[in-house]
Each structure stands twice: as structure tokens, then as C-alpha cells.
Design a protein around this ligand. Structure first.
Ligand SMILES: [Zn+2]
Length: 175
């Protein structure tokens, strides 16, 4: 066997819950390290997911939207974490209101690399995304070094004044 030809995917990355506490998190995107509190599920209508009873859902906006229309867990009570990537414009107030309407909890954006590495993440202040790696950049966004209300001193990615993220364009799926 030639091990050199075996394709090795990237190591699973840790999932970081953006707020206080240590809730049970169902992650809908593969590639995250599983722990007692963080589990990967490709769907939430099976027995394992029901038994896990997630308090937080983490996935792309499209995945979360799909869950909402099909098999929304009634146990979600802390937050939803919305994964975005470079090609996504970022969450708008409209998107946040939509997730609030669906799940009744705040949405936190986490900006990921292609390998799910956390580039920037939103905090409880919901004012921009704290930069986690120096390479984090986003078209139409600037780096703001001003202190954040949450106390985290890391600079934040903020939409350029006048630049309005166009949102995740899920409104057409709304009933
Ligand atoms: Zn903050």
C-alpha cells in the first residue's frame, strides 16, 4: 500500500461557541472536531439528533433555512451560528430578523476559510467580526481597531461605511 497516494483531508478544526456557556451544538457542516458538546449531524430528524437535543445550531444560511422548513429542533434555545465564506456578502439585519423569526434566538456570524478555519467571528455586541487570523480580509469590509463593547480587544472586520452587504438572498424562499 502506498500511503503517499492516500488523500488526507485537513484535520478537523475546533468549533468555537461565540458566547458564554457550553451548550450542546449541532454542527451541520463537516470538518469540525467533535466533542461531548459539539456533534456533527447531516440531518436532525433522526434518533441520534433528537437524543442529542441541540441547544445551538451551526451551519450555512442555506442549511439553517432548510432545517427551519423541514425539521426544526424544538430544543434550540441559545443561538444559531451562521457560517459564511469569502463569496458570501455577510449577514444583514434582514437575515438576522429572519433567523430570529424562525428560531427565536440571536444569530452569530462566523467567517470561515475554505477549510473551515475561523477567520473572524461575531461577538455578543453584534458589531462587526473580531479578526482571528491576520489574513482575514473581506471585499467591501475594513479593519476597525476601535474597542468593542464586549471587551474583546481584537480588531474587527466591519462593512465599509456606505457599503451595505446585500444579504444572503434567502428572501425569495420566504412564504
Ligand atoms: Zn466584540
Amino acid at each position: 500500500m502506498n500511503l503517499g497516494l492516500v488523500w488526507a483531508p485537513g484535520l478537523p478544526v475546533p468549533f468555537e461557541y461565540p458566547s458564554a456557556g457550553n451548550p450542546r451544538v449541532a454542527v451541520l457542516l463537516p470538518g469540525f472536531r467533535e466533542t461531548r458538546q459539539v456533534r456533527y449531524f447531516d440531518r436532525l430528524d433522526n434518533e441520534a439528533a433528537l437524543r442529542f437535543a441541540p441547544e445551538v445550531l451551526a451551519g450555512t444560511a442555506i442549511q439553517l433555512r432548510r432545517i427551519a422548513t423541514k425539521n426544526r429542533p424544538t430544543t434550540v434555545r441559545n443561538a444559531v451560528v451562521v457560517f459564511t465564506r469569502e463569496s458570501d456578502p455577510g449577514l444583514t439585519e434582514y437575515d438576522r430578523d429572519m433567523f430570529w423569526d424562525i428560531f427565536g434566538v440571536p444569530a452569530f456570524e462566523q467567517y470561515l476559510s475554505r477549510r473551515n478555519r475561523l477567520l473572524a467571528s461575531e461577538c455578543d455586541a453584534h458589531e462587526g467580526l473580531h479578526i482571528r487570523t491576520s489574513s482575514a480580509r473581506r471585499e467591501g469590509w475594513i479593519v476597525d481597531p476601535a474597542p468593542c463593547a464586549c471587551g474583546d480587544t481584537r480588531p474587527r472586520l466591519m462593512p465599509t461605511p456606505g457599503f451595505a452587504p446585500s444579504g444572503l438572498r434567502l428572501c425569495e424562499e420566504r412564504p
